[in-house]
Design a protein around this ligand. Structure first.
Ligand code: E4P
Length: 215
């Protein structure tokens, strides 16, 4: 299972990269805004830090506009992936980009039918948003299970990115379902490391080591 960082903050990406647990990065206009930098400047820097795919979202709402933006973003670095919204125009763009050999990540996926359409259009990745589904009393992880079944049934090459991850349990459930990737906010990644019994155990061992030196 791959871990992507769901952020446009380079300090968070550098920290995860140093720990060897950043296989890629996803951004969106909100995350770019939170970075306080321009999309082009920050994405170019991220693409140098990370070897894996870096998703950048298009803003155009029509397929020709999306393809134009995609071609511009793709020139920034070789690991750029174009994030395209799950609309009819978006799927037209994904088909064109797929033929051009440009990788795509279909975003704002909230149903199995949307995922199936995106896979058939040739999407490299699809991003179902589990947290936002949970927010409206739907079961986000149930959608992941459905989409994984569909992808397996037909041997699509499309990979599933579990997105809108809100807590470590989302990551555990994604892994149990065999999801290819989870894109994780830095705050959630931090929680995945911690356990009070680990801290307590280390403190106890250090204390006992000091005692053993004195005996
Ligand atoms: C990633 O591709 C998505 O843009 C992101 O996970 C959305 O997360 P949110 O629902 O917390 O905004």
């Amino acid at each position: 299972m791959k871990f992507f960082l769901d952020t446009a903050k380079v300090e968070e990406i550098r920290a995860a990269t140093e720990l060897g647990i950043c296989d890629g990065v996803t951004t969106n206009p909100t995350l770019i805004m939170k970075s306080g930098r321009s999309q082009e400047e920050v994405v170019k820097e991220i693409a140098q830090i990370v070897r894996g795919p870096v998703s950048v979202e298009v803003i155009a709402e029509d397929a020709p506009g999306m393809v134009k933006e995609a071609e511009e973003f793709s020139a920034w670095a070789s690991n750029i992936v174009i994030k395209v919204p799950m609309t009819k125009e978006g799927m037209k763009a994904v088909r064109i980009l797929s033929e051009k050999g440009i990788k795509t990540n279909v975003t704002l996926v909230f149903s199995a039918t949307q995922a199936l359409i995106a896979a058939k259009a040739g999407a490299t990745y699809i991003s179902p948003f589990v947290g936002r589904l949970d927010d409206v009393s739907s079961d986000g992880m149930e959608l992941i299970e459905q989409i994984m079944d569909i992808l397996d049934n037909y041997e699509f090459e499309t990979e599933l990115i579990v997105a809108s991850v809100r807590d470590p349990i989302h990551v555990v459930e994604a892994a149990r379902l065999g999801a290819h990737i989870a894109t994780i906010p830095a705050g959630v990644l931090e929680k995945m490391w911690n356990h009070p019994l680990t801290d307590k155990g280390i403190a106890q061992f250090l204390e006992d080591y000091e005692k053993s030196k004195k005996e």
